[in-house]
Write a protein that binds this ligand. Sequence first.
Ligand SMILES: [Zn+2]
Length: 572
Amino acid sequence: MSPTLRWTISACLAAAALTGCGREADKADAAELALTGGKIYTVDSGRSWAEAVAIRDGRIVFVGTNEDAKAHIGKDTKVVNLEGRMVVPGFQDAHVHPISAGVEANACDLNAATNVDEYIAAIKKYAEANPDEPWITGGGWSMAAFGPGALARRELIDAVVPDRPVILWSRDGHTVWANTKALEAAGITNKTPDPPDGRIDRNPKTGAAVGSLQEGAGSLVASKMPPTSDAKREEGLRYAVKLLNGFGITAVQDASVNEDDLKAYRQLDDAGGLSLHVIGSIWWERDQGVEQIADMKRLRSEFTKGHIDAGTVKIMQDGVMENYTAAMLEPYILPGKKNVRGIPMVEPEKLKEAVTRLDAEGFQVHFHAIGDAAVRQSLDAVAAARAANGDQGNRHHISHIQLIDTADIPRFKELGVVANYQPLWAYADDYITELTIPFLGPERSSHMYAINSLEKSGAIVAFGSDWSVSSPNPFEEMETAITRLGALGETTEPFLPEEAITLAQALDAFTINAAYVNRLDKDTGSLEVGKRADLAVLDRNLFDIKPAEISDTKVLVTLFEGKPVHGDLGAL
Ligand SMILES: [Zn+2]
């Protein structure tokens, strides 16, 4: 018997003779906070609804009816009437880049600009406002803005910033747009060879770099820029935490961390400001082999505590379709070019060796795989790990899965691999209609973002935003998963509508399934007694509205471990 319970019973026995026991017993285990009168979607195993939830010491002590909640309400309990509002478990973003996105948002941010003229105007404005920055960095431009086959060119930036280096990442993070000063700083000349994992786009006649650098070629200039200062990293992280909490997000898997990032998380957590559970995916250096695992073990043991778990490793297995670096089973359809199949970043046999070792060491592997060959290579690597180690329960996952060969669909369930989709990509935007489908042909294009096929196969499907690549707003992402349309009205024809999923499935993917892949499902992901009180109060019931309205949903209050980290309970 717990000391508290023993005290309660003896106090009751003493008090009963005088006053009756009820109120006294309640006080001893009364909740600090009770939310009543809500439509609480618990995401428990029965996907049941409740009216009330009670919270103490950051955890849920009761979920059920308003009537039964009374037993947990004492005189010091703060009681909030939800007046019928919907409550969901805190969302978990299973693939996001909070620090780099936050740094980018605080630097030269092109995400809000929509065409090349606006990009140039924004770059000029930023340069004028920051005359002392030796390099201008940032990103958020879209390849589609340059039109099919056109490239981001250095002279466009030179016209407004001729005197210092400028490098800007594309919205998807796979291409760097650099000016002449940046190319000079990196020593890139007509004779510089392409790196093995990337491509310097060149003038076909002169061989001169045009200013766009694909994949690993971007590192040629990025490695020369001054490192992100600790202050900028911290500022970026604080920006990200606030923004994500505002969307009801209470846990993330950072899809690429290094030691500096982990230090930034650690510092913010020690200062009490990290209102997110963070899974850090340590970046796999693809020019190294298994010898790097020793240092990953050091990082894991040094940084895994509090709200941080550094037990995941990110392996980027290919690039993206739009620049033909996604690894494909069959060649791209390119006029005048045969046998372009993209770039497998890690040689498949080496990948098997790496994943088998990581799995044996208890690491979760988080793959980036866009093309169908990269997806297959990732699955083959997990199969090799399974054969060597058995099922270690590490919940490996593959992000993106833009294209999958139908033969590989059942392998996710068989191998216990989670399908980690970025659902906001699953509509026919310019990237898909102009920069992808023409190079894939109709047959392969019909297997893009096959989310429902993976659901039907019995695989666990989790969602993430890949912010800053796309918006971290889970309501926009869920709407597109359900409608296969742009969530902000960008398109009117659903893209492969047979791959649409239901609202309940989309909610699972952002709550309990994302918690599963974050290895947090014992503690989070649903609203059940004993779990952490991470939840979001919404301004509307998602089940009562048209799918097209889901993206308009606002989070009124977010609780992280029982404490408001966004919004005001008093204002409900
Ligand atoms: Zn990513």
